[in-house]
Design a binder for this molecule. Structure first.
Ligand code: DC
Length: 213
């Protein structure tokens, strides 16, 4: 069976993956899935139900009953969901439940998928893998501005501490940790604006898809 065309984008929080993924999806006419939203949706449902995000059995149940409406909610990027999603994402049963869904997503039309383990675990054979990162201070600054823009009052130092803690959790969990696949192309977005990130990515993708062209 022919493998679907997948552009896998991984990297830490607030590195610019989401913006890049949406632009690449529009450019190539591919569906886009921000896989972080799946973990966020599981976290949101647990919080709404008054359950403990570290209750693995409850988290698995929520992951298995997720519906598109759950990850299309507007309230998935709040600080409480940031924290709970990071806990939920460390639960192997949740990762297993979401893995099958992620693997089926590109079947019909291919996809651009962004997350932490797309190029390592979900699609280790993806033809294009990007690892998008930036200096922690640059990521904290972006996240800070994004939260401010949405009227959420936070201090920059608190955002920085939170980003560092989430990096640590993402990188050290035993299942699906954040790591660069050996064949992923690295893009450091520190000091780049979204247009520069997009054109850098396009150049690298073209080189990967048609190395001889
Ligand atoms: O990218 P994000 O901040 O929306 O991700 C939310 C949480 O889910 C974060 O703690 C990392 C985790 N995550 C993951 O473990 N695997 C993915 N493929 C995507 C996100």
């Amino acid at each position: 069976m022919k493998e679907p065309f997948v552009i896998a984008i991984d990297g830490p929080a607030a590195a610019g993956k989401g913006t890049l993924a949406r632009r690449l999806a529009a450019h190539f006419g591919l569906p886009h899935l921000d896989t972080g939203l799946l973990y966020r949706a599981v976290a949101r449902r647990l919080l709404d139900a008054g359950k403990d995000p570290s209750d693995g059995a409850a988290a698995e149940q929520e992951a298995r009953s997720l519906r598109p409406a759950d990850w299309q909610r507007p309230d998935l990027r709040t600080p409480d969901v940031d924290r709970a999603a990071s806990i939920v994402a460390a639960e192997p049963r949740v990762r297993a439940a979401l893995r099958d869904f992620q693997r089926e997503f590109p079947a019909a039309h291919g996809a651009v998928m962004d997350g932490r383990d797309i190029g390592t675990v979900i699609f280790p054979d993806a033809p294009v893998k990007l690892f998008v990162t930036a200096a922690p201070a640059a990521r904290a600054e972006r996240r800070f501005r994004e939260l401010q823009g949405r009227g959420i009052a936070v201090r920059l130092e608190a955002v920085e501490a939170e980003i560092e803690e989430r990096d640590r959790q993402d990188a050290t969990r035993p299942v699906g940790p954040l790591e660069q696949a050996p064949d992923a192309v690295l893009i450091d977005t520190t000091g780049l604006d979204p247009d520069q990130v997009f054109s850098t990515a396009l150049e690298k993708i073209r080189a990967r898809i048609a190395p001889a062209a």
